[in-house]
Design a protein around this ligand. Structure first.
Ligand code: GLN
Length: 288
């Protein structure tokens, strides 16, 4: 059997699970993985014979995928904002929607200033690493309450040679001292605990603590908003990812604690995805 023939078979099987385009892409990704080659090699060698042992490896990965295991966990990585990130069942799988949060953070920070940025619930480190690598003058602090997730984030930073970032084991702000930040970003869990999506697709395999957050999905968002002013510099920004139907509630919570310039930004799919607000306090000057 040739590589191409094996790909076609896999593609047909995967089409039961995902859309046709996605099925083709996933079949190719699994094949690249077992052959340890890039996409260009795969296409150029489509008519090569597939060795039986490699074919067996391919079938075993394919079967895992057909049982619903996320492609990111099978491959062990996911691309996010141009970065290849190690991704395991200890971490949420980085999603394209979250690139919106990175874009917003980059838009509000300057490449020419040494700003301090905090990422709450960093998981694989996706957001923190994307910001740190595009704002090399900044100092990024990334926290997570899961030591297992933090280990992955640290490994990702090392693999990518990104050094303007440090990692702290912390339940949201709990382990932070009196440090203040120019920007606080977070993609916290925000799904309603009774949402049926938690029992579907990739979400079944992801850490529940990174997905669900109480009855209305806003428990963690409330915690972050209620505590953020202690850690935000005057004029600093809070930027939160949330569910497509949560923008108004998040904006209200931000308004309640006095944040200004509140704005919601849509993701590439056109859904409300990120809401930001600014600490209105001005640095006061004392003349004694
Ligand atoms: N965006 C993810 C989803 O809806 C959820 C991630 C999260 O809760 N932060 O699948």
């Amino acid at each position: 059997m040739t590589i191409h023939e094996a790909l076609l078979e896999a593609q047909a099987a995967l089409a039961q699970l995902v859309e046709a385009n996605e099925a083709k892409l996933e079949a190719q990704l699994l094949m690249q993985h077992v052959l340890n080659v890039n996409w260009a090699w795969l296409i150029a060698h489509a008519n090569d014979a597939l060795q039986p042992d490699i074919h067996a490896d391919f079938e075993s990965l394919l079967n895992r995928r057909l049982l619903g295991e996320p492609i990111a966990y099978i491959l062990g990585y996911r691309e996010f904002y141009g970065l290849k990130l190690k991704t395991t069942p200890d971490t949420l799988i980085p999603r394209p929607d979250t690139e919106t949060l990175v874009e917003v953070a980059l838009a509000k920070t300057s490449p020419f200033q040494a700003e301090k940025i905090l990422d709450l619930g960093t998981g694989t480190g996706a957001i923190a690493l994307a910001i740190a690598s595009n704002r090399t003058g900044t100092q990024v602090t990334a926290v997570d309450a899961s030591q297992a997730a933090l280990n992955i984030a640290v490994e990702n930073a090392e693999n990518l040679n990104i050094s303007n970032i440090h990692f702290i084991l912390s339940d949201w702000f709990a382990a932070l001292n009196n440090e203040k930040f120019d920007v606080i970003v977070s993609n916290p869990p925000y799904i309603e605990q009774s949402d049926a999506h938690l029992n579907q697709g990739d979400l079944r395999f992801e850490p529940m603590s990174a997905l669900a957050s109480g009855q209305d999905g806003l428990d963690d968002i409330r915690k972050i908003i209620d505590n953020c002013l202690v850690y935000l510099k005057p004029q600093g920004w809070l930027m939160l990812e949330h569910g497509y139907h949560q923008a108004e509630q998040v904006a209200d919570l931000m308004a309640q604690i006095g944040l200004t310039h509140i704005e919601t930004i849509k993701d590439l799919g056109g859904n409300d995805r990120v809401t930001i607000g600014k600490n209105p306090l001005i640095v006061s000057t004392h003349w004694d």
